[in-house]
Design a protein around this ligand. Sequence first.
Ligand code: CTP
Length: 406
Amino acid sequence: MRARFTGKTVVLGITGSIAAYKACEIASRLVELGASVIPVLTRSARELVGPATLEAITGNRVLLEMFEPLQNPEIEHIAVARRADLFLIAPATANILAKAAHGIADDWLSTTLLATRAPLLFAPAMNTLMYSHPATQANIALLAARGAAFVGPGTGRLACGDEGPGRLADIPYILEAAAMAITRDKDLAGRRVLITSGANHEPIDPVRFIGNASSGRMGRALALEALCRGARVCLIAGPSDVALPDAAEVISVRTAAEMHDAVMERLDQYDILIGAAAVADYRSAAVEQAKIKRTGPLTLSLVPNADIIAEAAGRRRPGQIIAGFAAETENVPENAAAKLAAKGLDLILANRVGGADCAIGAEDSEAWLIRAGHAPQSLGRASKSDIARRLVDAAAGMLPGRDTLS
Ligand code: CTP
């Protein structure tokens, strides 16, 4: 996600919801991700969160009043409106939604919102009755029709004691939505991307399984990348602890057979399939009904699972792109090219595993992009998000009419 925010200016509008204190965390995460954050506090937000805290977090002056003497003429509402790559209003009250929907400009934030042409992202947070009021819903519909994006609200117990929609969305979801909103190049708009992700658990008895250590982080990075570029994304996700993007459709599966069926059911509707899952190659020939007792040596009989991506490649319709991964310890590009040919794939992202700095689960690894009929392209050491970007770039470039990969 870092690449999406580095060097970008995010204007963080904070309005007077009880959740305003969470804006400090949002600001801090955006700064960590490389954004320059300009906080704008409304008068009521100022009662809830201190400008000094936000200034310390962002290193930027907090914009408060319309007519305070300016220390820097650059920081003036039109200049800020122009400089913004994204306006994130979090939390957004019913009041700011109403003002933004109707072009009311009576304070710093609403005036700047009217002047900017940057993408707008609102994270509403308010009492559930205010949120569900037809006026608020109509304002949201108006803003959405003009291209504004929304994240949340979540549902649950609100500060006022009511239950229902109105909670500020969880911060990771706000950041993901911000990454999507700030990405202007929507080259996958209208495209559908199917991604397998994570591990499989192959049961051997009611409580035990054979599994692997795949974290699901690669699948998550790929999903985010495709979402940022405007694709509709479905993740067929094996067991994993990572939070998957809220904007993706997630189909949770456990075994390789379930993953296989979920992919085959949907394959036809997708433009790109990316196999990022560490699919279990074998399953137990028989799953015991009762817990296996320790009675001395145990021999398990394993049978092979279907190769999901190879089968998908075999039945793909013209124009569909099928991409996979290959984790290799030696002769990485050569072994990966052989895997590409054997499985009939369009594209493989190969990476080196094993060795001190190439452990599975490491933050970055030496990677190559392999495409049928082309020399392997070395990507050097690449992080999961770099890999996701390069792989999605390559797959997008291979879509019909878009063959741009040299
Ligand atoms: N894959 C799959 N179904 C399987 C096994 C693998 O779809 N049953 C996919 C993975 O998601 C990945 C690619 O195939 O995109 C390569 O997986 P890998 O495990 O490296 O390949 P294998 O065919 O299992 O070869 P190896 O003998 O090297 O393990």
